[in-house]
Design a protein around this ligand. Structure first.
Ligand SMILES: Nc1nc2c(c(=O)[nH]1)N[C@H]1C(S)=C(S)[C@@H](COP(=O)(O)O)O[C@H]1N2
Ligand SMILES: [Mo]
Length: 256
């Protein structure tokens, strides 16, 4: 025997894992369908978050005339990712790039840049506000995330969308990530953007695909997106607070 797990033990493990998965999933679906569970969830939402949601509802972020586009869309955070996976994709002109959608979906999917460009597209001129105290206006084009989610079909129990990025901002082997709730994911101005000011998104601003989630602050606009994961919780990811900067103490809601 060269394996460190005996065949019998492996069978038991596999059965245990499969069993847990099935039970958890069934339990989860049953819970999210029960109105009592949903009530408890909405009570658990912090008061300020509930208030801001009530005040903003389906409100659109302000869109600006093209004459107001900033001459330079100031880049921030990671501006030239050095992870091997990213460097390889960049060297190939992003021809091998695939935007993945997975997690709690009926149909996990992936899209090349050409496939994304052939989909329904939205263009919006919006203002980006960084908590460091600066703003820039840019014109973004991309595919509404709502469209991608409709194709992948979230399963019962889905509550969030987590964006996993290619870059390692601090160089400690971690990856930038972010998350928003389904209401922001389906918001009409939430797009997987492949173009900035009429050209492909530059590397400094998140090539080849970055999210625009227009009612959110700068740190909630993930660049270099690799995988969009539909999930029921972010608690088990990285620092457990739903995003790279959230793990350093920033607010998860990050609304503007
Ligand atoms: N993947 C990734 N996304 C990111 C960051 C980052 O470092 N890595 N920085 C965030 C911050 S703080 C800001 S202000 C914006 C900057 O976007 P820009 O470079 O296009 O201006 O990206 C956000 N998204
Ligand atoms: Mo920022």
């Amino acid at each position: 025997m060269t394996d460190d797990i005996q065949p019998g033990r492996r069978r038991v493990l596999r059965a245990a894992i499969a069993g847990t998965g099935a039970t958890l999933l069934a339990g989860c679906d049953a819970l999210s369908n029960s109105s009592r569970f949903v009530d408890v969830l909405s009570l658990a939402e912090p008061f300020n978050q509930r208030l801001q949601r009530a005040l903003t509802g389906k409100r659109l972020a302000t869109e600006f005339p093209e004459s107001m586009i900033s001459p330079v869309f100031r880049p921030n955070g990671s501006i030239n990712p050095q992870t091997p996976e990213y460097l390889a994709l960049k060297a190939g002109g992003f021809r091998d790039y695939r935007l993945q959608i997975a997690g709690l979906v009926e149909r996990p999917l992936e899209f090349s840049l050409d496939a994304l460009r052939a989909m329904p597209t939205r263009t919006q001129v919006t203002r980006h506000d960084c908590v460091e105290g600066w703003s820039v206006i840019g014109k973004w084009s991309g595919v509404p995330l709502a469209h991608l989610l409709d194709l992948a079909r979230p399963r019962p129990g889905a509550r969030l969308v987590v964006f996993h990025c290619f870059d390692d901002l601090t160089g400690d082997g971690s990856r930038y990530y972010e998350s928003v709730d389904l209401e922001d994911a389906y918001h009409p101005q939430t797009i997987a953007a492949f173009s900035l000011n009429g050209s492909p998104v530059p590397v400094a601003n998140g090539a080849p695909v970055r999210m625009r989630i227009e009612r959110k602050l700068g740190y909630k606009q993930p660049k270099y997106v690799k995988l969009i994961e539909v999930a029921d919780s972010y608690a088990a990811l990285a620092g457990g607070r739903g995003g790279y900067w959230e793990d350093q103490g920033y607010d998860w809601w990050g609304g503007i």
